[in-house]
Design a protein around this ligand. Structure first.
Ligand SMILES: [Zn+2]
Ligand SMILES: [Zn+2]
Length: 423
């Protein structure tokens, strides 16, 4: 590896680490990505034109407050839609020669986590997040750096290539909110191969796990119960208790069945209700999620969850509404000729390759994989192993930046080989 590539990857990763922005608020992040891709001469799409229905948006207040905290970013292109929450960008390199279309997906959002200041390299070396309660604690800053540098390298090789490359910089992966919106607008319609990956997780230092699956299908719901307030001493019978509906609903959801066909999960993560000790609670809110190892399990679980919500509301004479704030389908890795080809290729290029781990969580790139595979294309997920200072989503999370080289190399080598002339 050329030393200057490693230096560029590290510099970019640190630059994006510093402007960490949570899902749908990646304003400065998106503007910087577009500026970089523009310099490379890529065809760029962004704003409303790349989005369908966005899930789990922050409040208008949060959007405006983050926007005003950034001051004037002075982009030399129209960024108004980005600043309204249509974040992310897609860069396209069309060689003009017939050949396959290869997409690569890089997620760009940070977590709603305050970065620690103590014994933490981003703080001691001056690149900690400048945004309060927003931190790259999952490594997506590294994914942006890998994506930009991969695009730059492949542009420099365009005369040796055929077909088309699509670089997807996806917002709002945390909470599985962003991928569906991009798929709905057709970005994955004519893709033959899609690659995505993640730094860290179960990957050992310097290892590239080539073929990762076990992504659970999931739905994230916000549930609101609406009752009637009443004086708790004078006339409680006039009240309709939203708190009790929410509490019973929570307990009963956790008794839903398990499945013989695979793993399932239901979790009510938050319950907020009521306003005063001496009044019947008129409002309650639950934040919950379902997960299933297969699409069928999650769908059945979700149906039963809706039944439980409805029944709980009925029991207490309250009404309810539900907002779906995130979702992802299931994806299982299965060895096939494409994964074997990539593994052999990357081994031959000197990478330390292993195969077939399970992420054990959800990843909304599964929407993109499903779309590509539905049309006969191939998908592959990689993990770039590295030493971590703390687990993902921890305020002390950091990784060994040498993993960025393996990510860069993996994407570049596969794209170069798939798209080389006369193949
Ligand atoms: Zn994460
Ligand atoms: Zn992540």
């Amino acid at each position: 590896m050329n030393n200057s590539i490693f230096e560029d990857l590290t510099r970019l990763r640190r630059e994006f680490h510093q402007c960490a922005e949570s899902g749908w608020l990646e304003f400065e992040t998106t503007i910087k990505i577009i500026a970089y891709l523009k310099k490379l001469g890529l065809d760029i799409k962004y704003g409303r034109e790349i989005h369908g229905q966005r899930q789990g948006l922050p409040s208008a207040e949060a959007i405006n407050s983050h926007r005003s905290s950034l001051g004037d970013l002075k982009p030399d292109f129209d960024a108004e839609e980005i600043l309204q929450g249509y974040t992310g960008a897609i860069g396209i390199l069309d060689t003009g020669r017939p050949g396959p279309t290869v997409a690569m997906r890089f997620d760009i959002d940070a977590n709603d986590i305050g970065e620690t200041a103590e014994e933490h390299r981003p703080s001691t070396e001056g690149f900690a997040s400048k945004n309060k309660n927003m931190m790259h604690a999952c490594g997506h800053d590294g994914h942006i750096a890998i994506g930009l540098k991969t695009a730059e390298y492949l542009v420099s090789k365009r005369e040796e290539l055929r077909g088309k490359l699509i670089f997807i910089f996806q917002p709002a992966e945390e909470g599985v909110r962003g991928a569906r919106s991009i798929v709905e607008r057709g970005a994955l319609d004519k893709v033959d191969f899609i690659l995505s990956g993640h730094v860290g997780f179960m990957g050992k230092e310097n290892e590239v796990i080539c073929g990762v699956g076990g992504f659970l299908a999931t739905n994230k719901l916000d549930v609101y119960f609406h009752g009637v307030s009443a004086h708790a001493g004078a006339n409680p019978e006039l009240g309709r208790n939203a708190l009790l509906a929410a509490a019973n609903c929570s307990i009963n959801l956790h008794t839903l069945t398990q499945y013989s066909g695979g793993m399932s999960r239901v979790n009510v993560g938050t319950l907020h209700a009521g306003t005063a000790r001496n009044a019947v609670a008129a409002e309650a809110k639950l934040e919950l999620e379902t997960r299933g190892e297969t699409q069928e399990i999650n769908e059945d679980l979700l149906r039963r969850t809706y039944d439980m919500i409805e029944a709980s509301a009925k029991m207490y004479g309250v009404t309810y509404d539900v907002t779906e704030v995130g979702s992802a389908p299931a994806y299982q890795y299965e060895r096939d000729e494409f994964s074997t080809y990539v593994q052999e290729l990357l081994k031959a290029r000197g990478l330390n390759i292993s195969e077939g781990a399970s992420l054990g969580g959800s990843e909304d790139v599964a929407y993109m994989f499903r779309e590509v595979m539905k049309n006969g294309g191939k998908a592959l997920y990689l993990v770039f192993g590295t030493k971590l200072t703390a687990l993902h989503h921890h305020p002390r999370f950091d990784f060994d930046e040498r993993a960025l080289e393996n990510g860069f190399k993996s994407y570049c080598e596969v794209a170069l080989d798939l798209l080389k002339l006369n193949k």
